[in-house]
Design a protein around this ligand. Structure first.
Ligand SMILES: [Zn+2]
Length: 117
């Protein structure tokens, strides 16, 4: 994977994407690219098991206990080398398409609204 620096290459490898911890993902929404760091509590696919465990614990204690399974933080610049992502994407269209393709299925996109009503 060709990216602006080795740290992002590492954060976009198979050890990070879809795994608990931090990953670098890129997606497009309405033609606008979003470059994000995603932080996951559990590996993708274990979401429901964690929710079940938290709910059971919450019921047992008679209290409300919540947790965030994943969260994305959008960025304009690489936090590791300072590269502006949009400029990088323009100069490296193949690398951009590759990281977008790799990110598919790992981010929860908001529902697409129909313009017809
Ligand atoms: Zn970088």
């Amino acid at each position: 994977m060709k990216l602006c620096c080795d740290t992002l290459v590492t954060l976009s490898d198979d050890e990070h994407v879809g795994r608990r911890g931090c990953a670098f993902l890129v997606y497009e929404l309405g033609g606008i690219p979003f470059f994000v760091l995603q932080f996951r509590t559990v590996d993708q696919g274990n979401d429901e098991r964690l929710v079940g465990a938290v709910r059971a614990e919450s019921n047992a204690r008679g209290s409300t206990m919540g947790t965030r399974i994943s969260q994305e933080v959008a960025m304009r610049f690489c936090p590791f080398c300072g590269t502006e992502f949009k400029k990088w994407a323009r100069r490296n269209p193949e690398g951009f398409r590759a990281i977008v393709a790799k990110s598919v299925g790992h981010v929860e996109l908001p529902p697409v609204r129909s313009s017809h009503g």
